[in-house]
Design a binder for this molecule. Sequence first.
Ligand code: URA
Length: 434
Amino acid sequence: MNMHFNTSAIIRKKRDGKKLSAKEVGYLISEYTKGNIPDYQISAFLMASYLQGLDPKETTYLMRSMMDSGVILDLSGIKSPRVDKHSTGGVGDKVSLILAPLLATCGVCVPMISGRGLGHTGGTLDKLESIPGFRTDLTIKEFKRQLKEIGVAMIGQTTELAPADKKIYALRDVTATVNSIPLIAASIMCKKLAEDLDGLVLDVKFGNGAFMQEYRRAKQLAQTMVQIGRRSGVKTVAVMTSMDDPLGMNVGNSLEAIEAIESLKGKGPEDLMEVTLTLGAEMLKLAKVRGGIDLLQERIESGAALSKFRKMIECQGGDSRVIEDYSYLPLPKYTIDLMAKRTGYVSGIDCFSIGILLIDLGGGRKRKEDSIDASCGFKIHKKTGDHVNRGTCLAQVCSDDRSKAQRIADRLKQAFSIQSKPIRQKRIVREVLK
Ligand code: URA
């Protein structure tokens, strides 16, 4: 990389709202990754970008330089089409656990690299790790071997992939620059595009349990990521889905693993299956596999998707007896019922608070280094629009600590609003952006 750039001149240019070139952005990111530019200068650059914005070209330059800061997988030895899915994060979102093995039964290779819980949202890795022995830290070599053998593997971010994003994300976290559409889009896409994909389906959440609550901003984020994907030669589709209610019934790591297994057995709740099948059908289209939702349903009904999940657990060192017997999973000792105080209709659920309450219950992290209690969580029995009688069970709090569960149950009450008049249920899948 050409070293004659002046870092403060690039920051000044962005501060004054001018456009940066690919070389300027590339210089900042590669020199920062090598440790030749200090945190305070990149912090200033991030704040300038946050306030002035980055146009689609600059966002793509940023994404590409962060992607190029590390290893880019070479999965060209795999013959089947490689398609992944990424969710911008929600509460009760266990879709990946169902979708990855399901798509692998349809001739699609799913090289899934997932994250841990972030803020109030849950993480796929934490849910998978509730299965005793399950390894999410496969080496790249093991990851590739498993993809060749069974067409699916689910692992965590390795230090080799997009290291610049890791450093920059940590800075954004402490410089109030997380919530920027171009910065989020570049951060998500640099990791996904390092997976050497043919296609990518994004599940972009909006609503009170999403990072981008407002529909308009969530859609802008989706459009930005679709554009970046396209500009990089990867067919990318975004599905806009509501996070106004938790997805499915269970919230909490092992409880969500159980709900994912139930879904693979054909007993998934309607909202969860609607999102899963919609995303799955888009993944099939990108992989040019015909059959759509009918094919996906057939793979669940025949038991093929469940067998693939079992195979994946075994390949990754997990105890596959959990599939038949949930007592092999960490399970909570106590369950506290939360009853409706009045008759009426659930007019809203504060999904964000449910995510925060899970952290307080021990099922998520307050600090990166915290360990989590995989067994605890909530069962949400009533959703927005449902009719309830006084005394109906709205939700259950599950934990090994009865008094903590009682304290959380008292706070969980506030998350449910009940009114007399019926309310119209909104569609969960709002729009597909291509
Ligand atoms: N997830 C990411 O990977 N990056 C962001 O900036 C936000 C969410």
